[in-house]
Design a protein around this ligand. Structure first.
Ligand SMILES: Cc1cc2nc3c(=O)[nH]c(=O)nc-3n(C[C@H](O)[C@H](O)[C@H](O)COP(=O)(O)O)c2cc1C
Length: 198
């Protein structure tokens, strides 16, 4: 896909969706972040659910600790022109920690594109991604068709966290980022020109 590099870089927030003890997530995230930072159209911010640490119990009157966590992460989501969710698959879906991050916010997602990098066992996280598409549709976000899907992800990387054969995943990441840039640039212009009718 041909894209025209935007005058102002697009803000890409990469959401890291696992907070599991001993998680594999950083290996996948580090590889994808390097691909995203190579892409001319984006500046990249990593939002890690393990750092955001938002509770699954939602509240209209959260206490000081949750308010502080929201004050830290909310503006970063609001500043994003695009999101990539890096998610594992747990029991055919995505982690509760990721759902909490999504549910504590609303307008931050609106009229913005969301791409997916998924990983897991045999499924490569594909079922987690299909569930997330439904969630983001409810939030007035658009999800990008092409994804990166790492099947039996642990075996794809060596002990240093380097992909044994990067050709397929690198090509998939490039395609995802190109499609995401098209949507992010188009929707940023649209949001500026005309308020979204949520
Ligand atoms: C509770 C749990 C459920 C899982 N369910 C699935 C599954 O349904 N499909 C799959 O392909 N892998 C499944 N896996 C494997 C994970 O996707 C894989 O271990 C992945 O690396 C977990 O990501 P994390 O280490 O970053 O948390 C499951 C793992 C856990 C811990």
């Amino acid at each position: 896909m041909q894209t025209t590099t935007p005058d102002t870089p697009l803000n890409l927030a990469v959401l890291l969706g696992s907070n599991r003890e001993g998680r594999f997530a950083p290996v996948v995230a580090d590889w994808f972040l390097a691909r995203a930072r190579e892409h001319a159209d984006f500046t990249v911010d990593l939002v890690d659910v393990a750092d955001a640490d938002l509770p699954t119990a939602l509240s209209h009157a959260p206490g000081p600790a949750v308010r502080a966590a929201l004050a830290e992460v909310g503006p970063r989501l609001a500043a994003a022109d695009a999101f990539v969710v890096v998610t594992p698959e747990y029991n055919h879906s995505y982690p509760a920690s990721l759902k909490a991050l999504v549910d504590w916010h609303f307008a931050e997602w609106q009229a913005k594109p969301v791409g997916f990098v998924s990983y897991g066992g045999v499924s490569g996280g594909l079922r987690a991604v299909e569930h997330l598409r439904q969630v983001f549709a409810e939030l007035h976000a658009v999800t990008v068709r092409d994804t990166v899907s790492l099947h039996n992800a642990g075996a794809l990387f060596d002990a240093d966290g380097t992909l044994r054969d990067p050709s397929g995943p690198d090509a998939a990441a490039k395609k995802l980022l190109d499609q995401l840039a098209w949507w992010a640039g188009t929707l940023r212009t649209a949001r500026t020109t005309r308020p979204y009718a949520a």
